[in-house]
Design a protein. Structure first.
Length: 206
């Protein structure tokens, strides 16, 4: 909880600092390739490519620095090829997510390459489970609140188009400790684990 409050405090402080800075509103969307870092008992756990989309707001702070909070719908998941005799199962989880991109990069007039760190928090609002392992598992087994961080780089073109890639990792545990023993067999192998992966994003700023 302290980590979550710290992330919220950082986001709020950053917005206050940027209240007089040059700002641009925009839309953002892209692909999310994620998986669960499960135990060896889960064989052939593979990445699954899903999506994210939402709104973003960039504040230029000067000297190459910028912050860019967003509000997005983010779908993360994993594909499990085999657990005993179970095949082709997929776990998909939809979050309302608030990432805060903290950027630095030199302004080269026509374009700006930049690196960024991105803490995020989110709340689960949907599950799209497929296969015998997941279809009868209640979403209540999963923790609704998520948080984590990402690291990446991007290219901003003509101050209006951003292309970026980032590696991200959810922190904390995916499974609710009070309910994690009541789910299907697969949940015992992801208890204490969480999502991680790569995001590719396109943002249009106005």
């Amino acid at each position: 909880m302290k980590k979550i409050l710290t992330l919220v405090a950082v986001a709020a402080a950053s917005l206050v600092m940027a209240s007089k800075a040059h700002a641009q509103f925009g839309v953002i969307a892209g692909l999310t390739s994620s998986k669960v870092n499960a135990t060896e008992a889960v064989k052939d756990a593979k990445n699954i490519v899903l999506y994210h989309a939402g709104l973003t707001y960039k504040f230029d702070l000067g000297a190459g620095f910028a912050i860019q909070p967003s509000a997005i719908y983010q779908v993360k998941g994993a594909k499990i090829s085999s657990i005993g005799e179970t095949t082709g199962d997929q776990l998909k989880t939809g979050y309302v997510e608030i990432p805060l991109s903290i950027q630095w990069g030199p302004d080269l007039m026509a374009f700006r390459p930049y690196a960024f760190a991105e803490p995020f928090i989110g709340y689960q609002i949907a599950t799209y489970n497929k296969g015998a392992t997941f279809s009868d598992v209640s979403s209540d087994i999963m923790n609704k609140l998520e948080y984590g961080f990402g690291l990446g780089g991007g290219l901003e073109i003509a101050s209006h188009v951003q292309l970026s890639v980032q590696w991200f990792k959810n922190l904390g545990t995916m499974i609710n400790d009070d309910k994690g023993k009541t789910g299907a067999e697969w949940w015992s192998h992801v208890k204490g684990k969480n999502y991680q992966g790569i995001k590719f994003s396109l943002a249009i700023l106005f």
